[in-house]
Design a protein around this ligand. Structure first.
Ligand code: NAP
Ligand code: ZN
Ligand code: ZN
Length: 351
């Protein structure tokens, strides 16, 4: 075991503060990563506040959040073949899975039927708690490590490991591309990557944001159209228009209103994870043979595909870099939708 400095939430809803804990000794297939940057995902806020208690196992505190990890390889185990010291690498939302179930075999480790081992707030195969990226280093099996784009800055790429893949996977799965009208609901960390990626895939992109405050940004990111959902006319004007809606909103909103914006055979994919159930009307699905679906991050293979796509198209996240000491302030600003468009912690500030 070796000591590792990090920032943790000591209990649900408590502010995060410095905390020292133990990381395992590297095994034969492990990569030791010096963490340079870690994005702040809204899921970190939901988890440290224990807002998903209805839907998952009991939260583990102290909790070191962080699953948008960009770093450099510091050491490798004797059997590691994919990475060497000095490589620019990333770790996303999970660090292991069973590797034998049909989902794992298809590269869908995020849907492992035995249980995906999340980067934090989970237990590894030995039963030890996992701790995330708000820390100086992490030790991960090489099969769960990603290669980061060489041609783009590491800080702006770290959030691709959750925000990027969470939008890329459904956009690809539901065929976003030329001739498809795609709406992205919520222009936050996930939403802004949805706009960039859907635009790069060739779709016609509309942003549905709660006000017009971010309109200029939306257009700059690649949106063709931008509407405020606070204006009731938006819902009459856009009724039946879209092939695909990706809903990234972290709060309770009326899904029926958005389903009514789908055309025949349209699909709304929910990726935002509010803390309570949302009722929907059967009629809004039957009316035009519409589908309501969900999607969770992406597997290792697809995450690497997304990183390579971003490298080719020179797509990274719009970020605001903060020192770790400002993490609680950053959380408050995320909750007020006051982030353009992802906070990234500079881990050098930990020293
Ligand atoms: P974020 O940066 O806070 O963005 C969420 C956006 O939702 C806000 O920017 C805002 O956009 C909109 N919004 C927030 N509150 C709203 C309200 N009361 N009414 C209407 N719109 C509201 O969060 P994020 O990091 O992108 O994460 C979004 C959600 O996705 C979270 O619930 C997170 O846990 C979840 N998530 C899911 C996955 C997955 O695999 N499915 C992965 C990562 C995150 P506007 O200002 O444009 O309205
Ligand atoms: Zn996330
Ligand atoms: Zn599995």
């Amino acid at each position: 075991m070796s000591k590792c400095k990090g920032y943790a939430a000591p209990a649900a809803k408590a502010p995060l503060g410095p905390w020292e804990f133990q990381r395992r000794e590297p095994r034969e297939h492990d990569v030791v990563i010096d963490i340079k940057y870690c994005g702040i995902c809204h899921s970190d806020i939901h988890q440290t506040r224990d807002e998903w208690s209805e839907y998952q196992e009991e939260a583990i505190f102290p909790m070191v959040p962080g699953h948008e990890i960009g770093g450099v390889v510091a050491a490798v185990g004797s059997k590691v073949t994919k990475y060497k010291v000095g490589d620019k690498v990333g770790v996303g939302c999970f660090v292991d899975s069973c590797r034998t179930c049909p989902e794992c075999k298809q590269g869908l480790e995020q849907y492992c039927t035995v249980g995906t081992i999340w980067t934090y707030n989970a237990r590894d195969k030995e039963g030890a708690p996992t701790y995330g990226g708000y820390s100086e280093k992490i030790i991960v099996d090489e099969n769960y490590v990603l290669r980061m784009p060489e041609n783009l800055p590491l800080d702006a790429c770290a959030p691709l490991l959750c925000a990027g893949i969470t939008l890329y996977s459904p956009l690809k799965h539901w065929g976003a591309g030329p001739g498809k009208k795609v709406a992205i609901v919520g222009l936050g960390g996930l939403g802004h990557m949805g706009v960039k990626l859907a635009h790069a895939l060739g779709a016609e992109v509309t942003v549905l944001s709660h006000s017009l405050k971010k309109q200029a940004d939306g257009k700059r990111l690649g949106a063709d159209h931008f509407y405020a959902t606070s204006d009731p006319e938006t819902f009459t004007k856009l009724a039946g228009q879209f092939d695909l809606i990706i809903n990234t909103v972290s709060a309770l909103v009326d899904w029926k209103q958005y389903l009514d914006l789908l055309g025949i055979d349209g699909t709304m994919v929910v990726v935002g994870l509010p803390e309570k159930d949302i009722p929907i009307a059967a009629f809004s699905l039957t009316a035009r043979r519409r589908s309501l679906a969900g999607s969770q991050i992406g597997g290792i293979r697809e995450t690497q595909e997304m990183l390579d796509f971003c490298s080719k198209h020179k797509i990274a996240c719009d970020i605001e870099v903060v020192p770790i000491q400002k993490v609680n302030e950053a959380y408050e600003r995320v909750l007020k939708s006051d982030v353009r468009y992802r906070f990234v912690i500079d881990m050098a500030s930990m020293k």
